[in-house]
Design a protein around this ligand. Structure first.
Ligand code: ZN
Ligand code: MN
Length: 482
């Protein structure tokens, strides 16, 4: 690997989150009965005329501004001609010569180094339908997705590692989600990614011959596919062979890419301007209006979390990566009156979210929106710790129970009798028992082996079923040992 340099360019297709399709009034809802969200326009019937959904353009402008692109005052749609059963018009309405936006960048940080990933263009287009090949002897087509609005975001070949690829995709996804322009749910196909990749010997000018890799369905899949493909290319070059420009498909099961078509077989899309649609004109005024509606973006929110809540860069990066998670965190803080002076509380909430909550959610592959523990429940629990009602250790049990049952922490504590014992009389009783039962440890503590107290504290906690207040135990045990 060290002898070679890898160069990657990415094409991301993101579903634009509008209620209706790009050129007709059909719903874009995911998962409906096949072919129920269709009409003559998205079915490509003869004589119909498309009408552009203004919201699609507005969301495109949002994404363009947030990725530092310049929005074209004038852009046009084009027909991309090819035949496929799930494309009823036999062309896709896309943008070619004059895209909506160009020349932007997204800044990423990889291993402490900042890098600008250059965005070549963002254009708008319609999605095709879906072919289903494994349900019966023939193939089936579902046209519900036909005409779903997409934005295609294309980078220059400026990415020079797999780590940069992952960081760019994560950052882009996060920005699009914050903007509210796309769900970016790879499982539902609302974020798809193709990659151009080439390798060349280190120190050599220019770029190597690239291949295009398609059909990657997850961030992990992208990582593995590009790992495989770069190693494959290096092997070919090391063996004295040549790389052929071609399109290759990633096979998730076989963990290999294989050739789909060569350059000679590449489609000639015969692009030409779409005559049924008027050009898109974006005035300065419109751009300014959209700019005013832009929400706080991940980078700014991260900074605010560091400054206002005293979080570390690491913590705030995790908490702001997803808008929903950052919202959850701030919902927790809002439950308490003035949080800005209480950095300890801010950090405690962050720890519970990043540790226990995310642990449970990740285990079940759930999003924070599906969390059975509401911000209110979490904050109530933390306040019970702070008041000394339960210990931090018992709180772990309470949290697990809240997650499983959705019950309020106070109810769980009552039901399971988990209230922390701070009553000195009760604690002294247990301590006396423990001292009596462990003469050897008591002896070695008195001889100066201070570590022995740890064992004795452990025994007291065990006897109290974890409910004794550790601070009180510590103090009284020392007194009694004297
Ligand atoms: Zn339609
Ligand atoms: Mn496209």
């Amino acid at each position: 690997m060290e002898k070679y340099r890898v160069t990657i360019g990415l094409e991301v297709h993101a579903h634009i989150k509008t209620v209706s399709k790009i050129f007709c009034g059909c719903s874009t809802e995911f998962g409906a009965e096949p072919n129920t969200h269709t009409c003559p326009v998205c079915m490509g019937m003869p004589g119909v005329l498309p009408v552009l959904n203004k919201k699609v353009v507005e969301y495109g402008i949002r994404a363009a501004i947030a990725t530092n692109c310049s929005v074209a005052p004038y852009s046009i749609f084009a027909r991309k001609n090819y035949f496929y059963p799930d494309l009823p018009k036999n062309y896709q309405v896309s943008q070619y010569e004059k895209p909506l936006a160009e020349n932007g960048f997204i800044e990423v940080t990889v291993e402490g180094e900042k890098k600008k990933i250059e965005i070549l263009r963002i254009h708008l287009e319609e999605d095709a339908g879906k072919s289903i090949h494994d349900m019966c002897e023939g193939s089936l087509v579902d046209f519900n997705r036909t005409g779903t609005p997409l934005m295609e975001i294309v980078t220059t070949p400026c990415i020079s590692s797999l780590a940069e690829t992952q960081e760019y995709l994560k950052t882009l996804k996060s920005i699009l989600q914050y903007l509210g322009v796309s769900d970016c749910d790879m499982e539902k196909g609302s974020l798809r990614c193709d990659a151009n990749i080439s390798v060349k010997p280190a120190g050599e000018e220019g770029l190597g011959v690239k291949t295009e890799v398609k059909n990657m369905n997850s961030f992990k899949g992208i990582q593995r596919a590009l790992e495989y493909e770069s190693e494959r290319q290096i092997e070919v070059l090391e063996g004295g062979g040549k790389i052929h420009q071609e399109t290759r498909l990633w096979d998730e099961k076989a963990e290999k890419t294989f050739s789909m078509r060569s350059k000679e077989e590449a489609h000639d899309y015969r692009y030409f301007p779409e005559p049924d649609l008027v050009p898109i004109v974006v005035s300065e005024k419109w751009k300014e209006e959209v700019l005013k509606t832009l929400p706080e973006l991940p980078r700014a929110r991260r900074k605010r979390f560091i400054n206002n809540y005293g979080l570390s860069d690491y913590d705030s990066k995790i908490l702001t990566a997803e808008k929903a998670l950052a919202d959850y965190y701030e919902d927790c803080l809002k439950k308490v009156k003035d949080v800005s002076g209480d950095k300890k509380f801010c950090k405690t909430v962050a720890n519970w979210i990043m540790g226990d909550l995310m642990g449970h959610l990740n285990e079940e592959n759930k999003s924070v929106e599906e969390s059975p523990v509401s911000p209110e429940m979490l904050v109530d629990m933390i306040e019970l710790i702070n008041k000394g009602t339960i210990s931090g250790k018992i709180a772990k049990t309470v949290f697990d129970d809240m997650y499983k049952t959705g019950k309020a922490p106070a109810d769980i504590i009552k039901e399971k009798n988990l209230v922390q014992v701070s009553d000195e009389g009760e604690i002294i009783k247990i301590i006396k028992e423990v001292i009596g039962e462990n003469p050897a440890s008591v002896e070695s503590y008195r001889k100066g082996k201070e570590k022995a107290i740890g064992f004795l504290i452990g025994q007291v906690m065990k006897k109290s079923k974890g409910k004794a207040n550790p601070a009180v135990v510590n103090r009284i045990l020392k007194e009694q040992l004297k």
